[in-house]
Design a protein around this ligand. Structure first.
Ligand SMILES: [Zn+2]
Length: 348
């Protein structure tokens, strides 16, 4: 550890690199596929005139609550759980419930032999939720879908967007940049790690749209990262998290999945201070870090990005979803502060 480290995490080298690079399945380890792609043929048409969109309204007043899955076509856990909810015949007891399968075209491309290939067809759907992109003349399959369904979210009071992770890691909730999102994440509390962040450097997420982030709005949104994409654990985490979400939103009196009868651990709040975007094609971590790792000492070298050094900017820095195969221009890791009471003795 250096005794004279700047507050920023990036220590520039002599020059940056500028190659373009895209991650291919051949550069990744093989991941075990424990779950099957669910059969969504019953649910593809929807019940409201928009593909993959189901909407149910109760007689009693209440909030409009939405659950979305398949923002990324190869993240199966959310699709499994939303399909189960529809098969159960879930209905809100008050308010309204929307269930939306977002990128069905990418989902149908899912192939266990190359499971990373079906994240999207043309571009990452969760970087397109900004008026400058939605109102542009650009065209892609994902952008057309965003334009089609965007108006739905303008009436949503509480949203939970269901995702999972490529690299095995403990699950977490991304609560975005607002106090409302953080409160929603804390109230859900399964999983117990709540990460407050400002999104990615390039492109806005659904949870970042002004309806969920503007001071003039009361609507709230969060994003579940349920664990590794194709594990049974990610499905179970999604079930419990969705149950808590539906209960805490007030539209259901009975959870669709039984919740643990023991108290959940107190939420751990991690505030992202910096999102490290790879500037080179060769960002390399110094160790096989896992999301949730806490690095004890400020100034610890985390990665090389071309000739730049990436170091922890403060003591007890939590690493959020490090990606050891980051493409240039993509998020490599988020650095987060956690409250001192949540720092375990086992921090590195
Ligand atoms: Zn995702």
């Amino acid at each position: 550890m250096s005794g004279n480290v700047k507050e920023t995490s990036r220590i520039p080298g002599k020059r940056g690199l500028s190659e373009t690079f895209s991650v291919t399945s051949s550069s990744l380890p093989s991941f075990k596929i424990e779950i099957s792609r669910p059969d969504l043929s019953h649910w593809e048409k929807g019940n409201s005139g928009i593909r993959g969109f189901h909407h149910f309204r109760a007689a009693k007043p209440g909030p409009h609550v939405a659950l979305t899955a398949l923002m990324h076509g190869n993240e199966l856990a959310g699709a499994v759980v939303l399909s189960e909810l529809l098969s159960m015949g879930i209905r809100p007891e008050r308010g309204a419930l929307s269930i939306i399968f977002l990128n069905l075209d990418a989902f149908y491309q899912f192939c266990p032999g190359n499971p990373v290939a079906s994240r999207f067809i043309h571009e990452d759907m969760n970087r397109l939720w900004h008026p400058s992109i939605m109102n542009s003349s650009k065209h892609s399959l994902e952008l057309e879908r965003v334009r089609e369904i965007f108006p739905i979210f303008q009436t949503v009071d509480h949203l939970m967007d269901l995702h999972s992770m490529l690299w095995p890691a403990p699950p977490l909730i991304l609560s975005g940049s607002t106090e409302r999102g953080l409160r929603l994440g804390r109230n859900i509390g399964i999983p117990s790690l709540i990460v407050a962040d400002h999104g990615h450097q390039y492109g806005k997420r659904l949870i970042d749209i002004p309806h969920f982030t503007s001071p003039d709005s009361k609507a709230s949104a969060c994003l579940l990262e349920a664990g590794q994409h194709w594990t049974k654990d990610s499905v179970e985490t999604t079930r419990l998290s969705v149950s808590r979400f539906l209960m805490t939103s007030g539209i259901c009196d009975t959870p669709p999945y039984a919740l643990p009868d023991y108290p959940s651990p107190a939420p751990v709040i991690a505030q992202v201070t910096e999102c490290i975007t790879a500037r080179s094609r060769s960002l390399t971590f110094t160790e096989p870090f896992t999301s949730g790792d806490i690095i004890r000492c400020r100034g610890t070298l985390l990665a090389w990005d071309g000739e730049d050094e990436i170091r922890t900017p403060y003591d007890n820095c939590m690493l959020i979803m490090p990606n050891p195969r980051t493409a240039r221009g993509h998020t490599a890791v988020r650095l987060a502060r956690i409250t001192p009471a949540h720092i375990p003795d086992t921090a590195q």
